[in-house]
Design a protein around this ligand. Structure first.
Ligand SMILES: Nc1nc2c(ncn2[C@@H]2O[C@H](COP(=O)(O)OP(=O)(O)OP(=O)(O)O)[C@@H](O)[C@H]2O)c(=O)[nH]1
Ligand SMILES: [Mg+2]
Length: 199
């Protein structure tokens, strides 16, 4: 898919500022620093649509990106970084419960993991939320460029097993650095949106 006019609608601190919109939404979640914001820039072919940084935990708000008035991509702050305070953890939990519990246009969850590491309990918790709410799930394994060729298959298998993915839930090797996996991510997103039309 060629994106023509993506823009940030709002960085929302709480549900009062979620945009009023009927567009279907695809949520992107993952541990801090795995490359979520980079992925948004890569698949939309923009340099600075989403903030990419070296300071883990910089994305604190729900960022709603309008993608060509077709759907919203919702960038969730990264979880699981070392310096998170207890208060921030509680805030994050409340924000996600508000979202999953109250946002009817949510359609799919893209879980972003670092292909070098074993997914965590937090990743599994997000997936369970999504399953509970009947959202479609796809997993994107980023930074695949940092893996040795021989390790790719083994690491992908570990991710599939740890997250208990079914055969219908795609696991996509991805690299923003090498621009690899872009078409597969779009296919997964289109599949999530198509399901909505079928309903
Ligand atoms: N080698 C390599 N580096 C990447 C890739 N994707 C992201 N990075 C780097 O990883 C760091 C974090 O990237 P972000 O996109 O900001 O990560 P994030 O998940 O949005 O982080 P938070 O918003 O803090 O949760 C940056 O230094 C990126 O340049 C990739 O595919 N390959
Ligand atoms: Mg980010």
């Amino acid at each position: 898919m060629e994106v023509k006019n993506p823009f940030l609608v709002i960085s929302a601190p709480s549900k009062e500022s979620w945009p009023e919109s009927n567009l279907p939404e695809i949520v992107m979640a993952g541990r801090s620093n795995v490359g979520k914001s980079s992925l948004i820039n890569t698949i939309t072919r923009r340099k600075n649509l989403a903030y990419v940084g070296n300071t883990p935990g910089k994305t604190r708000l729900l960022n709603f990106f309008n993608i060509d008035d077709v759907f919203m991509l919702v960038d969730v702050p990264g979880y699981g970084y070392a310096n998170a305070s207890k208060e921030m953890l509680i805030k994050f939990g409340e924000m996600m419960e508000d979202y999953f519990g109250g946002r009817s246009q949510k359609k799919g969850l893209l879980i972003i993991v670092d292909s070098r590491h074993k997914p965590t309990e937090d990743d599994l918790t997000m997936i369970e939320y999504a399953r509970y709410h009947k959202m479609k799930i796809a997993v994107v394994a980023t930074k695949i460029d940092k893996l040795k060729r021989n390790d790719i298959k083994k690491n992908l298998e570990r991710i599939r097993l740890t997250l208990e993915l079914s055969d219908e839930e795609p696991l996509i090797p991805f690299s923003s650095e090498k621009r690899q996996g872009i078409d597969s991510v779009w296919r997964a997103i289109e599949d999530m949106l198509k399901q909505q039309e079928d309903e």
